[in-house]
Design a protein around this ligand. Structure first.
Ligand SMILES: C[S@@+](CC[C@H](N)C(=O)[O-])C[C@H]1O[C@@H](n2cnc3c(N)ncnc32)[C@H](O)[C@@H]1O
Length: 266
């Protein structure tokens, strides 16, 4: 008779982008459930932004919390090795039978390490149960903090990593009323040039480390020219002059119809 190994569950706990008040109740419970903590770092024994959010929230870091190293590099070989190591480490820990809670900055389904980690773990051990706890993304918090409306009524809104380059961003500005440009750090100057050309400097805002004690909001974004900004930064760009296409008939109540029904009710 073979005894089947019992694996713990892998939980991705979204912690929001920096303000511990934005940790959801569900993520808070997962952190205190007795599950073992895993947290991402860029280098061994380096500080973890995700961990700092929880620390500021007042939960003591368990002594058996484990760091997983995800280096910030585009070197495919180094990345592949690091990913394989992190996934293997995770599988070994899950094999102890205890649940693991992986700390995620922002939302776990949005450009997060967790999605990839969970996929690789399930490739290695398909029976592992995975739970994703949703959370507040950086751009949602940035919009709220700066008073930007991401989309209203029929407006269009897109979230992209700025690394696609200014030609793509330029094209998207014709299609979307609002763009959230993530990972903007290496392209700040190029994006500023584009926004100047399109006369959108005054309807754009830059936000760094939103919700953290180091939060920085820059509305005069031209002043960022030549500056080396933090990786945890983004731009919200609004294009109020965008020419919109026609909406399909029937997709929206006509204004007159709403007014007539309001009169009937009164
Ligand atoms: C790997 S993605 C993580 C996104 C995150 N999971 C989320 O839900 O927002 C990293 C990028 O997200 C943005 N970002 C994440 N946290 C941020 C913060 N606290 N303030 C500003 N931008 C942030 C930055 O553009 C950064 O380069």
């Amino acid at each position: 008779m073979t005894i089947q190994k019992r694996y713990g569950k892998l939980i991705g706990a979204s912690l929001g982008p920096g303000d511990p008040e934005l940790i959801t109740r569900r993520a808070w419970s997962a952190l205190q459930s007795g599950a073992r903590w895993l947290y991402p770092v860029k280098k061994a024994e380096e500080s973890s932004y995700a961990l700092s959010i929880v620390e500021r929230g007042g939960i003591a870091i368990p002594t058996d919390a484990v760091e997983l190293v995800f280096p910030m590099t585009r070197d495919a070989e180094i990345l592949a090795k690091a990913w394989a190591r992190a996934a293997q480490q995770t599988v070994e820990l899950l094999g102890e039978g205890r649940d693991l809670v992986f700390l995620v900055e922002g939302d776990a389904s949005t450009f997060a390490t967790f999605g990839h980690l969970a996929r690789v773990v399930r490739e290695l051990v398909p029976e592992v149960d995975v739970e994703t706890i949703p959370g507040v993304s950086s751009f949602a918090a940035a919009a709220a903090t700066t008073g930007v409306t991401l989309a209203e009524e029929d407006e269009t809104f897109a979230v992209i990593p700025a690394a696609y380059g200014v030609d793509v961003i330029n094209h998207l500005l014709d299609e979307f009323d609002t763009l959230a440009l993530l990972k903007v750090k290496p392209l700040v100057d190029e994006v500023l040039d584009l926004l100047e050309q399109r006369d959108l400097l005054t309807t754009s805002v830059f936000i760094e480390k939103v919700g953290s004690p180091d939060e920085r909001i820059v509305r005069d974004i031209a002043s960022l020219k030549g500056e080396k900004v933090n990786y945890l930064s983004l731009m919200l760009v609004q294009n109020p002059k965008r020419i919109r296409g026609e909406l399909r008939r029937g997709c929206r109540k006509r204004k007159e119809a709403v007014e007539v029904s309001a009169m009937v009710v009164n």
